[in-house]
Design a protein around this ligand. Structure first.
Ligand code: TLP
Length: 348
């Protein structure tokens, strides 16, 4: 059987030979005692890349985001987040269950919030209202289609939050995609936020791991929450070693993923009645409205039968994500399969 073209997510990427070698040879120790030299090196490098004092390795982005929320807030407080953000919609209700916080949502159709969206939600100090303590941002914005928040907007949003005493956490799972697309340093996107999470295990291709970065004091407190969440790992240098390779070797090639996503998006836009908003295709994610052909779950099931894997994200939309394990030929083959599905039955 032919291997399917897997465009469900950049999380499906497998470690490179260089990562596997680095993992096999990693110098390790017990990281709960702070004795793993490879983890320490990765944490120093992550902090430096984000322009923060300190960083902490987590097994997942979800755990890192939740530890950040736990560190920034207290029970009974309110967290501002975009309506389709990962911290709100895709972390199993963690901010309510773990931090005891209530989300308050704003909607940014293109994933790029405006400072006035934030300010409109702020309320006076009154015993009826939960105190609002944190603004969460997401860059790139996954469910909006991998859209980027430019540096000046990040600054304006953080300034609005600060004026009202809110801390800012950036879910930068794909911050390097944003930086490459904008042609800026990731540090400049991270600077306006108090804390930033980024993933090693998505477009950068490492098998496991996300970093939480912030001030030394913030990271010391987050470390205790990581322990509580079960994220204190022992010889985690085996993971960190792949993370270091990811940061050294895999950032610059994200531009290829963006070019492939654009090619895919333009191909899909040429296949009516499929609909793609090309303006929103800015990085490695393509959202396609397939509802004129079939409900999205059925469309993605038929696509899978024909050898192309994609993710139905709601009833109308299917998400395609490009990454290092698919090349330009795969994109063209995927497009041929999709064309067949739109025009009539086909096989991969
Ligand atoms: N995103 C996954 C799914 O959970 C949707 C994906 O395939 O895109 N923040 C953002 C913006 C994310 O997209 C994700 C994962 C996370 C956080 C969580 O990271 P992990 O999967 O490491 O817990």
């Amino acid at each position: 059987m032919v291997k399917p073209i897997d465009l469900r997510s950049d999380t499906v990427t497998t470690p490179t030979p260089a990562m596997r070698r680095a993992m096999a040879e990693a110098e390790v120790g017990d990281d709960v005692y702070g004795e793993d030299p490879t983890v320490r090196r990765l944490e120093e490098r992550a902090a430096q890349l984000m322009g923060k004092e300190a960083a902490l390795l987590f097994p997942s982005g979800t755990m890192a985001n939740q530890a950040a929320i736990l560190t920034h807030t207290q029970r009974g407080q309110e967290v501002l987040a975009e309506a389709r953000s990962h911290v709100y919609g895709s972390e199993a209700g963690g901010m309510a269950v773990l931090a005891g916080c209530q989300p308050r949502l704003f909607y940014a159709p293109d994933g790029v919030p405006r400072p006035e969206d934030i300010e409109a939600l702020l309320r006076p100090d009154d015993e009826h209202y939960p105190p609002t303590s944190l603004l969460c941002l997401e860059n790139t914005h996954n469910m909006a289609g991998g859209t980027v928040i430019p540096v000046d907007r990040m600054q304006a949003l953080a300034a609005a939050a600060r004026r009202h005493g809110l801390a800012v956490h950036l879910d930068g799972a794909r911050i390097f995609n944003a930086a490459v697309a904008l042609g800026v340093d990731a540090r400049d996107l991270a600077a306006p936020a108090d804390s930033v999470m980024f993933s090693l295990s998505k477009g950068l291709g490492a098998p496991i791991g996300s970093m939480l970065c912030g001030s030394g004091e913030f990271i010391a407190r987050a470390r205790r929450w990581r322990k509580l969440l079960g994220g204190g790992m022992r010889q985690a240098g085996v993971i960190a070693a792949a993370g270091l390779v990811a940061l050294d070797e895999m950032i610059h090639r994200l531009a290829d993923d963006h070019a492939n996503a654009r090619r895919l998006a333009e191909g899909l836009a040429d296949l009516p009645p499929l609909q793609v908003d090309l303006d929103l295709v800015q990085t490695n994610i393509v959202m396609c409205d397939v509802s004129a052909v079939a409900p999205a779950p059925e469309f993605s099931r038929r696509l899978a039968e024909a050898g192309v894997l994609a993710l139905d994200v709601d009833r109308r939309r299917v998400r395609f994500v490009t990454h290092k394990d698919v090349n330009r030929d795969d994109i063209d083959r995927a497009l041929a399969v999709i064309a067949g599905l739109v025009r009539g039955p086909v096989r991969a």
